[in-house]
Design a protein around this ligand. Structure first.
Ligand code: GDP
Length: 534
């Protein structure tokens, strides 16, 4: 390898940070994203991201569906620069549009920011997404939001994270007061207080007044009780809290915690500053030829998401690829590991919000969107040079199940084709009854929207109108050891056995309790919420 290329790759990796935000609806993800972009200079006035979304024209049936429902189905990648770093924010769909794509996006992220509403603490969607991050062992940074409103005690919030998620916490900064009495935050590294000033709804960058802890003005600026409370809290944190241990952070065992108020811009810049210092740069990935470093000279990456029909004129599909090694170049020819075919990567796109912009080069940690004329499936590896294949992306435990029926026998072929293509694309998981006489597919999803998308697309793209019949299950578990392991156990109660699209057994339960009960009755049966990657 030329030393020139080596140093170019090295530099690119050093500058890059890639992350996704995990949160529950309403915690402030859109607001925080906007404020991060504001600091990154990608937009000049907050509100622009939302406005842009609103301005978007109805360019397709697909988008019409998005607009009708006022949701965004498309997950995008936001790229911006800050303090010499290039930041890639992988935007996870996470609201009414919660779907398996939300999980898959986390498979492409090197870091996660867990956004919590100070008044609510941990909420269900955050916990689920946290589990995926934990499985991957990626660093988790916590931002406790909405300090300008009354919320729960900061110590109580840290305790909740420790007890319920099993994550050690390290408060990088500490709030002074809350709600109407929110005065600012204390930066423990610099030992400085950043005073809070309410800006005009945070549409501009916040003015930042900083004073040292020893400054005599503190007593005038802070009411006495707040000052004493800060001193007490800090003593407690220093006394019982652990030191910041970046190794533990990088293993996903300790979370640096930041406090702030995204709406008023407060604490966002400080967060960004430390995040860039502590976050993991793009790292190595396990592959069929062992761990591959991001500076490995040949280009490679994997598909983590497919998006269909963003543009009706082309009826195209876009494959989102996480670049893992080397340098991506426009129009380059790569090998496709699964099929052994050669593919030319024309029309690459970088995505900013909903706009598609053409790109020429990309490096490890970047995400590119490629036109997908049906060659790519979720988890596929593309590479140049020596053959390598990344571990695929697992199936995640669905929570909603429904039988999909095609009432019109003359549409049998289209129905089969549509179901099979949508499954390959990862729009939904498909399972089947073990009873051969029941041939209707069972759709399995993590979000209701996935069902609607499947029905909508079957009708629009394949001309098949379908009926959906809900099933009363909410938990799915794969069986380690497959049918062989299942054959060894006695009759199982309160579960239905089905098979996934690979023919592997899956147990469906009405609720967690039934699943738990079965585990207690059959400890020899190893169940998993995530399907093994094949
Ligand atoms: P998302 O659903 O997580 O994307 O949340 P949004 O960013 O849309 O925010 C949900 C609501 O919380 C909106 O009404 C925001 O204005 C509000 N919000 C977000 N951040 C803050 C904050 O720091 N303080 C206050 N008071 N409200 C906030």
């Amino acid at each position: 390898m030329t030393t020139e290329l080596q140093s170019e790759l090295q530099k690119a990796v050093e500058r890059r940070r890639n992350f996704a935000i995990i949160s529950h609806p309403d915690a402030g993800k859109t607001t925080l994203t906007e404020k991060l972009l504001l600091y990154g200079g990608a937009i000049h006035e907050a509100g622009a991201v939302k406005a842009r979304r609103a301005q978007r024209k109805a360019t397709s049936d697909w988008m019409a569906m998005e607009q009708q429902r006022g949701i965004s189905i498309t997950s995008t990648v936001l790229q911006f620069e800050y303090q010499g770093c290039q930041i890639n924010l992988l935007d996870t769909p996470g609201h009414q549009d919660f779907s398996e794509d939300t999980y898959r996006t986390l498979a492409a992220a090197d870091n996660a920011v867990m956004l919590i509403d100070a008044a609510k603490g941990l909420e269900p969607q955050t916990r689920k997404l946290f589990e995926v991050c934990k499985m991957r062992g990626i660093p988790i940074f916590t931002f406790v939001n909405k300090l300008d409103r009354p919320g729960r005690e900061p110590l109580e919030l840290l305790d909740e994270i420790e007890q319920e998620l099993g994550l050690q916490t390290y408060a990088v900064n500490w709030p002074i007061g809350m709600g109407d009495r929110f005065k600012g935050i204390f930066d423990r590294t610099q030992q400085q207080i950043h005073l809070f000033e309410r800006s005009a709804h945070g549409s501009k960058e916040a003015r930042n007044t900083v004073i040292d802890l020893g400054d005599s003005r503190i007593e005038q600026l802070l009411e006495q009780d707040l000052y004493y409370q800060l001193k007490n809290d800090l003593e407690l944190l220093e006394g019982v809290g652990p030191e910041l241990d970046l190794e533990l952070v990088h293993q996903g065992k300790m979370t640096p915690v930041f406090f702030g108020s995204a709406m008023t811009n407060f604490g966002v810049e400080l967060f960004l500053h430390y995040f860039l210092q502590y976050a993991l740069k793009p790292g190595s990935h396990s592959s069929s030829v062992g761990e591959v470093a991001p500076t490995y000279p040949a280009f490679s990456g994997f598909v983590f998401k497919l998006q269909a029909n963003m543009d009706p004129k082309h009826r195209d599909r876009v494959a989102f690829i996480r670049v893992c090694t080397g340098r991506f170049e426009k129009d380059m020819t790569v090998s496709h590991a699964r099929t052994g075919k050669t593919v030319r990567l024309s029309r690459p796109q970088k995505l900013f919000a909903q706009e598609r912009e053409s790109i020429d080069v990309a490096y490890a940690g970047d995400v590119i969107g490629l036109n997908n004329p049906g060659v790519f499936a979720i988890g596929d590896t593309i590479y140049t040079g020596q053959k390598l294949e990344y571990e695929g992306i697992p199936y995640f435990s669905p929570e909603l199940f429904a039988i999909l029926r095609n009432p019109n026998p003359s549409k049998f072929k289209q129905f089969q084709k549509g179901v099979s293509e949508l499954r390959e694309e990862g729009a939904v998981q498909i399972m089947y009854s073990v009873d051969e006489s029941k041939r209707d597919p069972i759709l399995a999803a993590v979000g209701q929207l996935q069902f609607e998308v499947v029905q909508f697309r079957l009708q629009n793209e394949y001309g098949v109108e379908t009926l959906l019949e809900s099933l009363p299950y909410s938990v799915a578990r794969w069986v380690e050891g497959g049918w062989e392991a299942l054959d060894k156990v006695e009759r199982l109660f309160n579960t239905t056995i089905v098979k996934d699209s690979m023919g592997r057994p899956v147990l469906l339960f009405r609720n967690e309790w039934n699943c738990h009960q079965l585990q207690e009755d059959h400890p020899e049966l190893k169940l998993s919420a995530i399907a093994p990657v094949i």
